[in-house]
Design a protein around this ligand. Structure first.
Ligand code: GLN
Length: 311
């Protein structure tokens, strides 16, 4: 049974936040995202018993953007295992998600797989041996499986919008390639990356998809292993230390659970052994993280005693 306290808390959070005026700014550097209504807020929590508590716009699809980096990393690790760590680091960057400066003085090895440079290397790994279409098909199939939902799709308009304006990412990809840290043609890596970021999901679907990270690497519906429990722990550790870019320290301080944000305003958060959570509100703070999403997770982790640092 889903705890009554959880259902009540989720409803209360949505009610409190619906009254909030200060919601941050939607990402407008991707033209297609600039038009998203900032007044939306959704939350979904999947618990260990297979129940789901939702409130607000939990059934509205949004662009998951960098939240996709968690799933892409899972697939890349499945493909080449720990050898990926020769090409990407595991340290928080302390820099903006799309920063290029660090890449120069660290000679083309991105700090972690969740900043854009690191995610481009991950996309390159997924792409190897495939066409972009097949690689993206793999990402989608993975999401269909972990979320138990075959309706999850790539929003082509968002992908094309970013493709037309993604000059910074193109610069990062070319730079990585110059250092020999991309194996496939730059345009193909970028195309794969933009389409992976343009996956549309609802909070409900995202909370379902994150369950393997919350529950020891297992797919709760079938009981099958998605990744080993060690791998799930490590992905969670990276989410905690790097999931909010240069806002990761503050997020750990305020919320205290592994989580990955995206500039679409979504955040996937994982409470090991207890819950997989998705929140969404399009308005962002200066680091590109959802303002209301972070606030919602802070309220939830406090009230439920879910911080990994103690209750
Ligand atoms: N597709 C976005 C970009 O590359 C993802 C960034 C994000 O969500 N932080 O800029």
């Amino acid at each position: 049974m889903m705890s009554e306290k959880l259902a009540e808390t989720v409803a209360e959070i949505a009610a409190t936040l619906s009254a909030r005026a200060d919601r941050g700014r939607v990402a407008d550097y991707i033209p297609e995202l600039a038009g998203v209504d900032p007044g939306q807020f959704g939350i979904a929590v999947a618990d260990a018993g297979g129940h789901m508590a939702t409130a607000g716009d939990a059934a509205t699809p949004f662009s998951i953007q960098s939240v996709s980096k968690v799933f892409a990393l899972t697939l890349a690790l499945g493909k080449i295992g720990d050898s990926i760590w020769h090409r990407v680091g595991r340290e928080p960057s302390g820099n903006a998600f799309n920063s290029i400066t660090q890449l120069e003085y660290e000679k083309g090895i991105p700090r972690n797989p969740f900043i854009n440079a690191g995610a481009l290397v991950v996309s390159d790994v997924i792409l190897s041996g495939h066409t972009p279409k097949v690689a993206l098909g793999e990402v989608l199939r993975f999401l269909h499986f972990v979320a138990d939902d075959e309706t999850i799709f790539i929003d082509d308009k968002v992908a094309r919008s970013e493709e037309a304006t993604g000059f910074r990412n193109a610069a990062l990809a070319n730079y990585l390639r110059a250092f020999g840290n991309l194996k496939n043609p730059v345009e193909m890596v970028l195309g794969t990356y933009f389409h992976q970021c343009a996956i549309a999901m609802t909070c409900r679907q995202l909370a379902m998809a994150g369950r393997y990270l919350a529950f020891g690497g297992r797919h709760p519906t079938s009981g099958g292993g998605v990744v080993s429990s060690d791998r799930a722990k490590r992905i969670n550790a990276l989410m905690l230390t790097c999931g909010h870019y240069d806002g990761s320290g503050d997020f750990a301080f305020r919320v205290g659970i592994p989580a990955k944000s995206g500039v679409g305003g979504g955040i996937l958060a994982v409470v090991p052994g207890k819950a997989s959570i998705a929140v969404w509100s399009p308005g962002l703070d200066a680091q590109g993280n959802s303002v209301l999403g972070s606030d919602a997770l802070e309220m939830l982790s406090r009230r439920m005693g879910w911080s990994v640092f103690g209750d």
